[in-house]
Ligand binder design. Structure first.
Ligand code: HEC
Ligand code: HEC
Ligand code: HEC
Ligand code: HEC
Ligand code: HEC
Length: 497
């Protein structure tokens, strides 16, 4: 979990010792004066925060189009629009403004076979800027060639007014209702409510968009009345409440209980998280046992599908059956919030927005950069406010972490392929289902861990040591599965005893 403390400024810059000495000699009267001054100051700032926006245009809960917001807040709108530009680094998203981003398997070819039998084997690409989120979802072959649920739109469109309309005023009810529709039906509903996407043109701006529908917009992260940060996504609101209950805080409501610094992470954790969004249950974030890879695994292992065809108990949760081994596997999805939570930056209270939406001073005001992208393209503002070392040195530190992580990930991929080969051989040699079962359980564990780090988008940066731990476990489980399968081969095939 994110801690509530804000990051400490570096000791060189903060003569804290001196300040403590001054305070110690100061009398109680001075202290009272200081406190009063501070309170007045805070009060004034709060008033400023409330009143500092001159509104030319009224925006409401229904304004999913960012353009009217842009009239009131042009600086934020101008940078928000830049998310339609390509941004590329060594490991960051390889998206362009014209063509679709590259396939993930171009970088890690083993992914193709790892997803055998699943839609991710036919089309699975790098991410790109927020402006494309809805267009890329509409275009993926996972949607055009497979049936998908309406819940996909939860994180790819400015969907809340649609939920409200379908739920007759009740967002949670509408969320459940949209989730029961097919992707095509749900998309038609979103288009009805939304407004058009002015950010992208040409091929990506399809005819359907002329009627409406929009990617993540101002209203998804800001309260239109106060401009305060807020979260809107039902999946997150339920998920974080479940996590907090697990941590001993029942009835948690992020918009009421979170600190401002936590909100600077939570707005992103509405979407950059592991989730389940299949046809059999409502979309959920699997956080009831915590955010670590094995805690999420425990949640899935304990989850049952609704019973079918006379079953007493529903089947244990899984995403798909591997086409070669028959193992019932879990697919990991972009667990940025979960992995970040295990890292030293989260510990120190650094938020997603600190690195991905750094402040820029414009005259007397500080403006948050709404061009959400790789911080490595912006080291001066993203990292140097806290790290007093050169840009090159910071980039090198990050890239060293990422290259090491990539090397370990590829070893994991190689181990996974050898495991698949061994299980396939054992099946071909006539091993029975119950004999294979232990190897298939190990396959599930190995692939879940490997995929967790492969699907996370920072290439290990968000929590380097945790990433290495998870990859080491993945490799160990894959090798255990391989050995278990090899033992089922006839002795003549040279299997170890
Ligand atoms: C301490 C700074 C820092 C914090 C805090 C942080 N990130 Fe990152 N993030 C990075 C770096 C560095 C990368 C690697 C970028 C690259 O490879 O170009 C990255 C990569 C990413 C990417 C992929 C970017 C791309 O261009 O492909 C996403 C998405 C992401 N982070 C989301 C998040 C979310 C969500 C949070 C909060 C839960 C978060 N990050 C917190 C520094 C940070
Ligand atoms: C909980 C939020 C969430 C839900 C639900 C969700 N997505 Fe995404 N999706 C994201 C995020 C965040 C990214 C960007 C990070 C990445 O690509 O890993 C993304 C990226 C994508 C991409 C671009 C990269 C790729 O995978 O090829 C496609 C296409 C996509 N999603 C399709 C879907 C489909 C289809 C569904 C429904 C089955 C879905 N999404 C449901 C959050 C979500
Ligand atoms: C409503 C869901 C949603 C929210 C909220 C959201 N994202 Fe994203 N984000 C996505 C999706 C989906 C994509 C991938 C779009 C695509 O590939 O077409 C993405 C892409 C990205 C990228 C890759 C950009 C690039 O140029 O390659 C970064 C970095 C990122 N998000 C960080 C963040 C941060 C930081 C926050 C919070 C300030 C945030 N996101 C909030 C859904 C979301
Ligand atoms: C993915 C979430 C997200 C979206 C979408 C978003 N913002 Fe923000 N916005 C933030 C965050 C995070 C901050 C920093 C708030 C803080 O530090 O308290 C912020 C701050 C602001 C501020 C306060 C001043 C500043 O720059 O720090 C304004 C005004 C603002 N945003 C306007 C907009 C407008 C206009 C849009 C739509 C064009 C928009 N935002 C879209 C997350 C978002
Ligand atoms: C808001 C302050 C803040 C920002 C912004 C920030 N950092 Fe940090 N960073 C920290 C703190 C605090 C630590 C932990 C130092 C400690 O406890 O010894 C840390 C630790 C690190 C570490 C070593 C720890 C590790 O295992 O992850 C690296 C590398 C690092 N930061 C790189 C970066 C880069 C690159 C960026 C920009 C993308 C960045 N930081 C942005 C505050 C920040």
């Amino acid at each position: 979990m994110t801690t509530t403390e804000t990051p400490a400024p570096s000791p060189e810059k903060d003569p804290a010792g001196k300040r403590r000495f001054v305070l110690a000699v100061a009398g109680a009267a001075l202290l009272t004066a200081l406190v009063t001054a501070l309170l007045t100051n805070i009060f004034q700032h709060k008033q400023e925060a409330k009143n500092s926006y001159i509104r030319f245009v009224n925006v409401t809960e229904e304004t999913t189009d960012p353009a009217p917001w842009g009239v009131n807040w042009p600086r934020e709108f101008d940078t928000y629009k830049l998310t339609s530009r390509p941004s590329r680094t060594r490991f960051g998203g390889h998206g362009g403004s014209e063509a679709l981003p590259r396939e993930k398997a171009d970088q890690s070819p083993w992914l193709q076979r790892a997803f055998a039998g699943y839609a991710f084997a036919i089309d699975y690409r790098d991410r790109r800027g927020h402006a494309y989120m809805l267009a890329d979802q509409e275009m993926t072959r996972r949607v055009t060639e497979r049936s998908q649920p309406g819940s996909c739109l939860h994180c790819h469109s400015s969907v809340i007014p649609t939920y409200r309309r379908l739920g007759e005023g009740d967002v949670m009810k509408g969320f459940e209702a949209l989730g029961r529709l097919s992707y095509a039906q749900a998309h038609a509903e979103v288009v009805k409510t939304g407004s058009m996407n002015p950010l992208i043109e040409g091929a990506a701006q399809t005819a359907r968009h002329a009627d409406g529908a929009h990617p993540v917009s101002c209203v998804d992260c800001h309260d239109p009345a106060t401009m305060q940060l807020r979260v809107t996504r039902p999946g997150f609101i339920r998920g974080i409440a479940a996590l907090m209950a697990h941590l001993g805080k029942p009835d948690y409501e992020p918009n009421r209980d979170a600190t401002r610094q936590e909100m600077r992470t939570f707005v992103c954790a509405q979407c950059h998280v592991e989730y389940y969004c299949g046809p059999k249950t409502t979309l959920f974030f699997p956080w009831t046992n915590g955010l670590k890879v094995e805690e999420i695994e425990a949640t899935y292992d304990a989850t049952r599908f609704p019973p079918e065809g006379g079953e007493k108990e529903g089947h244990r949760f899984y995403d798909w059956k591997h086409a070669e081994t028959g193992a019932e596997l879990l697919k990991a999805q972009h667990p940025e919030f979960e992995l970040y939570s295990q890292g030293v930056h989260a510990r120190a209270g650094v938020a997603c927005a600190d690195c991905h939406m750094p402040y820029e001073r414009q005259g007397a005001t500080k403006v948050s950069d709404h061009w959400v992208r790789s911080p490595l393209l912006n080291v001066a503002r993203a990292c140097q406010p806290c790290h007093a070392v050169s840009e090159d040195e910071l980039r090198l530190r990050a890239e060293t972490i990422q290259s090491r992580n990539f090397a370990l990930l590829e070893r994991g991929g190689a181990a996974l392929l050898e495991m698949l080969g061994a299980i396939k051989d054992a099946k071909a040699a006539g091993a029975k289902e119950e004999q294979l079962a232990p190897a298939l359980e190990l396959h599930r564990k190995a692939q879940w861990r490997l995929d967790f780090i492969a699907a996370e988008n920072s290439m290990g940066f968000h929590a380097p040591q945790e990433s290495a731990r998870v990859l080491a476990e993945a490799i160990d489980y894959a090798r255990q599965a391989e050995i278990t399968a090899l033992k089922l081969l006839p002795k003549a095939a040279g299997a170890p005893k």
